[in-house]
Design a protein around this ligand. Structure first.
Ligand SMILES: [Zn+2]
Ligand SMILES: [Zn+2]
Length: 305
């Protein structure tokens, strides 16, 4: 299960209601900031989560509306002496740009409170229970990345079978939960297969920043329980969307439908439209669609789990 907090849902310029792009993903005690538009640190404070547990910033690309909040955020981390280092992750191009920007504003990296990490499409972080991967995104000639959070599939222990076999609570059950056989005090050997239920899929959350097309995205976001993606234009302005390297709501809706996505969460909302117009257009293709608003909190569960 992953939790989302939308911190900024505007496209290009903020409005009274919408901050510039930033999204928080929480997994247990760890929190990940995806993009960091200008003003993100105040949005974080208003979201009541503050800076706790925030040690990774994932950047989709280096356009200013997605990265300008970083210097202020990191300066505040230093001022408040927030523990630990913040790792800033993005493509080589994104990280090189952000490195220059931070060096010229809050100072160079040298032993400071942040570290830059360039990644390629593929694994970014791997934990025993979940993983984070990056995938390529096409957007106006940038080296953009999308991000995929996935819980590993799980097999729960069947309590009634454990009880029937007289397996005591404690290290034996813990070992079986991890897939290891155990020897009981009376000499019986219990294989994990005998006490585990069927495999249950883990939650899959796909996040795409700005993008100019959807054809290459169907595979990486396929069967995601939730997809966060931009919807900057309506189809009546499809030519403008193409010229600016962005999607229409209809394109996002068709992608979600064709890729078997659970819930479609649209962001990067332009002030030129009413949100209900964007919703109606996308939902015409994928009914389970929502237009994100700043401070929306959404829990993402595996549909089959
Ligand atoms: Zn943007
Ligand atoms: Zn952009």
């Amino acid at each position: 299960m992953f939790e989302l907090v939308f911190l900024g849902t505007a496209a290009a310029v903020p409005s009274a209601e919408r901050g510039l792009p930033a999204l928080l993903v929480a997994k247990g005690a760890s929190r990940f900031l995806i993009d960091c538009g200008e003003g993100t640190q105040r949005q974080l404070m208003r979201s009541a989560g503050g800076f706790r547990g925030l040690h990774h910033v994932l950047l989709t690309h280096a356009h200013l509306d997605h990265v300008l909040g970083l210097a202020g955020l990191l300066a505040s981390f230093a001022l408040y002496r927030v523990d630990g280092i913040v790792e800033i992750i993005g493509s080589g191009e994104t990280v090189a740009f952000v490195g220059r920007y931070l060096a010229q504003t809050i100072g160079p990296e040298r032993g400071g409170n942040y570290r830059l990490r360039a990644v390629s499409p593929g694994p970014v972080l791997v934990h025993p229970d979940w993983r984070l991967d990056a995938f390529p995104v096409v957007h106006r000639g940038t080296a953009s990345l999308g991000f995929l959070f996935r819980d590993e599939p799980r097999r729960r222990l069947l309590t009634e079978r454990l009880d029937a076999l007289g397996i005591p609570a404690g290290p034996e059950r813990a070992a079986l939960a991890q897939g290891r056989a155990v020897m009981l005090a009376d000499g019986r050997r219990i294989a994990p297969e005998t006490v585990r239920g069927p495999t249950m899929a883990g939650a899959k959350l796909a996040i795409v920043g700005d993008t100019e097309e959807v054809a290459t995205l169907a595979e990486p976001v396929g069967e995601a329980d939730a997809l966060v993606i931009e919807a900057t234009f309506l189809d009546r302005d499809a030519a403008l969307a193409r010229a600016r390297g962005h999607l229409t709501a209809a394109q996002a809706g068709r992608l979600a439908r064709d890729a078997g996505v659970g819930e479609l969460l649209l962001t990067h909302i332009s002030g030129r439209y009413k949100p209900h117009e964007l919703l109606a257009e996308a939902a015409g293709h994928h009914p389970n669609t929502r237009i994100a608003a700043d401070f929306d909190r959404i829990s993402i569960f595996a549909r089959s789990g």
